[in-house]
Design a protein around this ligand. Structure first.
Ligand code: MG
Length: 378
């Protein structure tokens, strides 16, 4: 059965892609976006997501999400939404699986620290770095650097971008200058990301004991679904109760998003991907859910991301990243040989690429190798 026949007219059709930077023969019977998804899954940056974290440091517990499981959850939620809206599931999946490839070790603390190190060298943005990974840093093909992905996949990966960077990116940066939207598939992947992380941070936050059920009962979205689960299963407690609550929250957010977006799409009367680009953002939650979601995010920011135990990890992370960067910049001869070669052209950027590519544990090991006097294995 042809996939294309199932797609809405405003979806991104793989046969109408704006193409790849380096022309390649078709991958038929695979579609172009399936091929992109496959290239991402086989990349080394994708494998490293397993040992990178968002909020919790990877070695803290095997039960917490890593960027790999996070990316899989984003892909799952994104595909569900895309299927109902008759959008291109393969494209949503490709964007979802690649969206975090450029993240540094140690979550946001790592990114902030690396950005500070790069302040006078062009800065560091994880979205831009994700694009850099798929455009330039992966070394898998004889004929080109990077994964040579389709325009639509690349544009979805580049969720945000500062204007001065957009101006240097050619066609992929245009929409930030023209203030246009990306495809609906990119918009779906973006909100699937938000649904995934808010909910798994609630789950991981409770599991770690940094936030409590009692605190969350004051948060509308959580309280409503906790109540629904308790009404249906009055005896339920502990993990199962939390899981029944979280899965209801995800379901509500997905269904609300689908319904609200469908109305917005119909209301805008878009009849092509081109029309989608000039329309306002069409994928979104209803105003009521936007407000509830905002309340939950504020709660997580205040009670989880700023929890002193997270802050301690963040401070350590910042020290590891800052010290590594400083040592390599002062003496690029400390870099592994292949990175030394790259550093000959632009040392700060090559060092940022090397550090951003590290997993949490690799960064800590590298830190010990450089700064610990006791014998450690090289
Ligand atoms: Mg994400």
């Amino acid at each position: 059965m042809s996939r294309r026949a199932e797609l809405a007219i405003y979806a991104a059709h793989s046969t109408q892609t704006r193409g790849r930077q380096h022309a390649e023969p078709s991958a038929a019977p695979r579609s172009e976006f399936q091929r992109d998804r496959d290239r991402i899954v086989h990349s080394s940056a994708f494998r490293r997501l397993e040992y990178k974290t968002q909020v919790f440091v990877n070695h803290e517990g095997d039960l917490f999400r890593t960027r790999l499981t996070h990316s899989l959850e984003v892909a799952q939620i994104g595909r569900t939404i895309a299927r109902i809206l008759h959008l291109n599931e393969d494209l949503v999946e490709a964007i979802a699986l690649a969206h975090d490839l450029g993240h540094t070790p140690f979550g946001h603390a790592g990114q902030d620290a690396l950005n500070a190190c790069m302040k006078t060298h062009g800065g560091f943005e994880h979205n831009l770095q994700s694009l850099r990974v798929v455009d330039r840093l992966e070394e898998r093909y004889a004929e080109f650097d990077g994964l040579n992905l389709c325009f639509e996949t690349r544009e979805g990966i580049l969720k945000h971008c500062a204007l001065h960077n957009a101006r240097q990116l050619g066609d992929i940066g245009e929409r930030f200058i023209l203030k246009q939207q990306p495809s609906l598939e990119a918009q779906v992947a973006n909100l699937a990301d938000e649904i995934a992380y808010n909910n798994h941070d609630v789950d991981d936050g409770l599991r770690s004991g940094l936030i409590t059920l009692e605190q969350l009962q004051k948060i509308g979205l959580f309280a409503r679904h906790l109540h629904a689960a308790q009404v249906k299963y009055p005896q339920l407690a502990g993990r199962r109760l939390i899981n029944e609550t979280v899965r209801r929250m995800i379901n509500t957010l997905v269904l609300d998003l689908v319904e609200h977006s469908q109305d917005a799409i119909s209301g805008a009367g878009v009849d092509s991907l081109k029309a989608v680009r000039s329309a306002p953002m069409l994928i979104g939650f209803s105003p009521a859910l936007v407000a509830e979601n905002h309340e939950l995010k504020q709660f997580l920011r205040q009670h989880l991301y700023r929890h002193y135990r997270v802050a301690r990890m963040s401070a350590k992370a910042a020290k590891v990243i800052t010290d590594l960067f400083g040592a390599f910049l002062a003496d690029p001869g400390l870099l592994p040989t292949e990175h030394q070669k790259k550093a000959q052209h632009d040392a700060p950027r090559a060092i940022a690429d090397y550090i951003a590519g590290m997993t949490d544990r690799y960064a800590m090991r590298e830190y010990r190798r450089l700064f610990t006097i006791e014998e450690v294995s090289l």
